[in-house]
Design a binder for this molecule. Structure first.
Ligand code: ADQ
Length: 483
């Protein structure tokens, strides 16, 4: 019986070693949730790195680790610290991540990290080839594994391969600057189906394929000598019911049952002079436009001083890639900006910014979503941005205003939000004023339309649509085989 193999850089669980035993903590992230319908029963396996580098634990524990992974239908790819430095921090996050997000000034190209990227993609391929059989279906995820589809296809002709990119695909003019552009495109083209969050990313990819490799494109198909590769957009959704139902449950909880953070928020809301809360949540990453957002908020308070004491920015930044100097510099910049703005505007009874630099448990995240009148999300570039969708899904009473950067994939599907250019401080300041004063009836009207769409196109539907499209490419391949 044929099976499905999901492959991502990280496995959907975390491993913890306690003396002689292994604890597995399943991930609750969007991808793991979305894959539930695909990664279920005994008919699928998930291949990826476990998060433990070779040599960081006793070798005698390896059989136990393998067994623990097997219980979750997972198979680990063994990576050394050098692999992680070169492949992950190096080529993936110092070359591909900034380039694909149009941060060309941050993009480094080093032969050694490119070599490490090729070696690690080969390591993934070796594990996959060990597991795969004719007739199986493979779904490869994201920018760390761009070479993998071709490496699998080279050895296995009779399998279906899908690839999905979670970040933007840049325009041809940007993509062409990378020295290994042919190898990257050929790597992805090992697939039968290639998926992006938006139609724009799809067009950019097709344009690069045509102009760099010279392949013929018809509609959204790439015609290779002996195969057709289908390219399409699949905007990723969220687990809508989980956010909506948890928010509903929190609204019904008694005071005693409420989390510490919610009790603090309750105290704040009980204050008759309460300031409205403007929420922002992201990983601390330069693509998310956090520094821009702070400067725009500062400008807003200068332009509309009547909001001093009446509005407050609640900014949650999740530590991310904190070993990379670029990210450390960004953290310093943000610390300074928050300090400067708070120092400049604070009053005895009001501080303009509440800044949290940490990861919060899911329940606290929901509390923040439900308690904020406005969400201000200003990425400079973002493949999709799930926070925007989660904020709207958590608004059980349909009240709340989403301000969203036009540079996110999510803005394409969320036209009822207030869409802004993250570099235009004038526009952000005016939009913030508009959002804080928006009548409730307008909020409800906008959010009713947004929620309807998000509920229908949830993450499960996203995974199902992709798998169905991959299945239908098999028919096309068969036709080619006959001709
Ligand atoms: P990310 O860049 O990580 O994902 P995003 O889509 O916003 O960005 O997802 C972040 C996730 O982390 C959300 O589900 C959110 O709930 C969670 N999260 C954020 N802050 C948190 C906190 N403080 N504590 C706990 N959880 C927190 C990449 C791409 C995106 C794309 C996704 C999915 O960069 O563009 O939308 O993959 O494809």
């Amino acid at each position: 019986m044929s099976k499905t193999i999901i492959i991502s850089n990280r496995l959907p669980l975390q491993l913890k070693i306690h003396d002689n035993s292994i604890e597995t903590i399943p991930s609750v992230g969007g991808l793991a949730t979305g894959m539930k319908s695909v990664h279920s029963g005994n008919n699928s396996i998930w291949i990826g790195w476990s998060g433990l580098t070779e040599g960081s634990y006793e070798q005698s524990l390896q059989p136990k680790i393998n067994t623990a992974l097997r219980e979750h239908q997972c198979v680990g790819v063994a990576l050394s610290k050098e692999d992680i430095d070169g492949f992950y921090y190096g080529f993936s996050n110092n070359t591909l991540w900034p380039l694909f997000h149009y941060f060309m000034e941050y993009t480094e190209f080093e032969r050694s990290t490119w070599e490490s990227y090729q070696e690690v993609n080969q390591k993934f391929a070796d594990v996959v080839l060990d597991q795969i059989e004719d007739g199986d279906t493979v779904w490869v995820h994201d920018y760390q594994l761009l070479l993998l589809p071709k490496l699998i296809r080279k050895k296995r002709k009779n399998v279906s391969i899908g690839f999905f990119l979670h970040i933007p695909f840049p325009s041809y003019e940007v993509f062409r600057t990378i020295p290994c552009r042919e190898e990257l495109l050929e790597g992805i083209l090992g697939s039968d189906l290639i998926g992006f969050h938006t139609y724009d990313y799809e067009r950019h990819f097709l344009s690069s394929v045509q102009r760099i490799l010279g392949h013929e494109i018809s509609f959204n198909n790439v015609n290779l000598e002996n195969r057709v590769v289908k390219v399409d957009s699949f905007p990723m959704g969220i687990d809508y019911d989980k956010f909506y139902n948890t928010a509903k449950f929190h609204n019904q909880q008694s005071n005693k049952e409420r989390s510490e953070i919610q009790q603090e928020i309750d105290k704040h809301l009980a204050d008759t002079n309460k300031a409205k809360l403007i929420l922002s949540i992201d990983r601390l990453d330069y693509t998310k436009g956090i520094a821009n957002r702070l400067r725009a908020f500062e400008y807003f308070l200068e332009k509309y001083p009547e909001f001093k004491g009446k509005a407050r920015l609640v900014m949650l930044a999740v530590p991310s890639r904190s070993e990379v100097p670029q990210y450390q510099r960004l953290k310093n910049e943000i610390d300074q900006l928050v300090g400067r703005i708070n120092g400049k505007f604070a009053e005895v009874s009001w501080t303009p910014i509440w800044y949290f630099y940490r990861s919060l448990p899911f329940d606290n995240l929901i509390d923040l979503y439900t308690s904020s009148e406005v969400a201000l999300l200003t990425p400079i570039r973002d493949g999709m941005n799930l926070v925007a969708k989660e904020y709207i899904a958590s608004k059980v009473d349909k009240k709340g205003v989403l301000i969203l950067s036009e540079m996110t994939g999510a803005s394409n599907e969320m036209s009822e939000a207030l869409i802004i250019n993250p570099n235009n401080f004038e526009e952000i300041a005016d939009t913030l004023k508009y959002a804080l004063e928006m009548p409730e009836a307008e909020q409800i009207k906008r959010n009713t339309a947004l929620q309807k769409r998000l509920k229908r196109y949830n993450v499960e539907k996203w995974a199902k649509d992709f798998m169905q499209a991959l299945e239908s490419t098999k028919q096309v391949s068969k036709k080619y085989a006959v001709q």
